[in-house]
Design a protein around this ligand. Structure first.
Ligand code: NAD
Length: 490
């Protein structure tokens, strides 16, 4: 990889189309900010419709080029494995870029980058396993079978919170199966995706198999989602943007896979070990300063232990170290965007107006060195109600609302009373209770006595307005391939 985090400083990053970096025809560049200082550190191209046309044309040409189309399955798998090796070899640089772009902890980004190659290797194994099936037909001397083939050009639009990790579960299988892609990363964190494009070239993928168009959602994103040359969109981001993208895609009847926002319930029964559970709840909501789609931001606690639990939660929250993301001792870094900080402050204020009690946090930290960045203290709003505004909307910041419940029925009704259905967690020592919760909750993922554990070997995704389509596991082979029916009369 030629670009490093240091060499990026103060530069302008071009678009990556057809195997090379090209200046945007739009002529526009926009800054990418460092969340610890609120200062710009490089500029990225803001692609327009002409640039998007070029990227889709390059991906289309690569899809039909014999260099890719006629590559054997096992050779495609080898390329994906080679990419895995290069990601591992460049893990430190990729981690530095993401931390600088989105302010997430360097230790977390390092762990993500080191784990990512395993998932590329897993999906690489799908290259030679895509197979169709033979089906009976009610007539003699006829053969009826389904071929499985790649879709074409897949458009991928990613958020800023874990750009490469969130790309893995779709990019790796798409490449293994033989699709080509156009990626539009978030304008707030493009550095690592452009660096990945360099690694794709270094791995030996033909030019045009992976293209990256950067820029604002309203410009580059809109142009891509209105493009008729895309076979499928994969979107990870907010529910509002997802709905807009699905509407654009529908005009060309392009299917989508949607991984959207959440407002996940975290349920604590009276029979738990309070210390262990508090640690789990804290990690589940405050990880990455609350900027995870699965954040367990609505915490329902059985009335019998409510006061003791809130006290322990507040004490544990008070020990969370807010600080610079490059420091080992830091538990929570800054929020990624200034708009995000304003949104968090607004929701905390509205929660207090609605009658919730500020039990911990609630403001920007005063410590020296944190005054310029977009930092916010981890915040507990106790004695909340599920119908308060801040309990209805995704905050995407370090804020948890705590609500007491008296019965399982009451808790399930509140937990399911949300437009989202991404994830959920339950803490109890009673397996029957845990299983009742698992079967009654409307959420794509249920964690029992743990939270945020995930594996690329299992398929997952959201319910309701948290999205549709599945990532991970063997299901993705069907998500990124199509079936063609062939009938022979012999
Ligand atoms: P966002 O919706 O603001 O932006 C996501 C991407 O969409 C960016 O690349 C952006 O440029 C693009 N975009 C914005 N407007 C567009 C438009 N009109 N047309 C096309 N593209 C457009 O989301 P964000 O703030 O970057 O990320 C945070 C959100 O992502 C949260 O809601 C979070 O829950 C969600 N998320 C979901 C998952 C999941 O797996 N379910 C994972 C991570 C993040």
């Amino acid at each position: 990889m030629h670009t490093t985090c240091r060499s990026l400083e103060g530069t302008r990053r071009a678009l990556y189309i057809g195997g090379r970096f090209v200046e945007p025809k739009s002529g526009r560049y926009i800054p990418s900010f460092d969340p610890t200082t609120a200062e710009p550190w490089y500029e990225l191209a803001d692609a327009g419709p002409e640039d998007v046309d070029d990227a889709v044309a390059a991906a289309r040409a690569a899809f039909t080029d014999p260099a890719w189309r006629r590559m054997t399955q096992s050779d495609r798998g080898k390329l994906v494995r080679r990419l895995a090796e290069l990601i591992l070899a460049n893990a430190e640089e990729l981690a530095l870029m993401e931390t600088r772009d989105n302010g997430k902890l360097i230790k977390e980004m390092r762990a993500q980058m080191r784990a990512m190659p395993d998932s590329y290797t897993y999906f690489a194994g799908m290259a030679d396993k895509l197979q169709g099936d033979t089906i009976p037909v009610n007539k003699l001397d006829m053969l009826n079978f389904n071929l499985r083939e790649p879709l074409g050009v897949v458009g991928m639009i990613t958020p800023w919170n874990s750009p490469l990790m969130l790309l893995t579960g779709t990019l790796a299988p798409c490449l293994a199966i033989g699709n080509t892609v156009v990626i539009k990363p978030s304008e707030h964190a493009t550095a690592s995706t452009l660096a990945l494009a360099e690694l794709v070239a270094e791995a030996g993928f033909p030019a045009g198999v992976v293209n990256v168009v950067t820029g604002n959602g309203a410009t580059a994103g809109e142009a891509l989602t209105r493009h008729p040359g895309i076979a499928k969109f994969v979107f990870t981001g907010s529910t509002e943007t997802g709905s807009r993208i699905a509407a654009n895609a529908a005009k060309n009847l392009v299917p989508c896979q949607m991984e959207l926002g959440g407002k996940s319930p975290h349920v604590v029964f009276g029979d738990v070990d309070i210390e262990r559970t508090v640690n789990g709840v804290v990690a589940g909501v405050f990880a990455a300063a609350g900027q995870t789609c699965v954040a367990g931001s609505r915490c329902f606690v059985e009335a019998s232990i409510y006061d003791r639990f809130v006290e322990a939660l507040v004490a544990r929250t008070g020990r969370i170290a807010v600080g610079h993301p490059m420091e080992e001792a830091t538990d929570i870094g800054p929020l990624a965007l200034s708009a995000q900080l304003a949104k968090v402050e607004g929701y905390v204020a509205s929660g207090l107006r609605d009658g919730a009690r500020l039990a911990a946090g609630g403001k920007r930290p005063q410590a020296a060195g944190l005054d310029k960045g977009w930092y916010f203290e981890p915040t507990v709003l106790a004695d909340a109600r599920n119908d308060m505004g801040f309990m209805r909307e995704e905050i995407f910041g370090p804020v948890v609302g705590v609500v007491p419940f008296a019965s399982e029925d009451e808790m399930i009704a509140m937990a399911n009373d949300t437009r989202y259905g991404l994830a959920s967690g339950v803490w109890t020592s009673d397996i029957d209770r845990a299983m009742r919760f698992a079967t009654r909750i409307d959420a794509g993922t249920v964690w029992i006595n743990t939270y945020r554990a995930a594996a690329y070997m299992s398929s997952n995704g959201g319910f309701k307005q948290s999205g549709y389509g599945r990532r991970g596991g063997f299901d993705v082979m069907r998500e990124f391939s199509r079936s063609k029916n062939v009938v022979i009369d012999y």
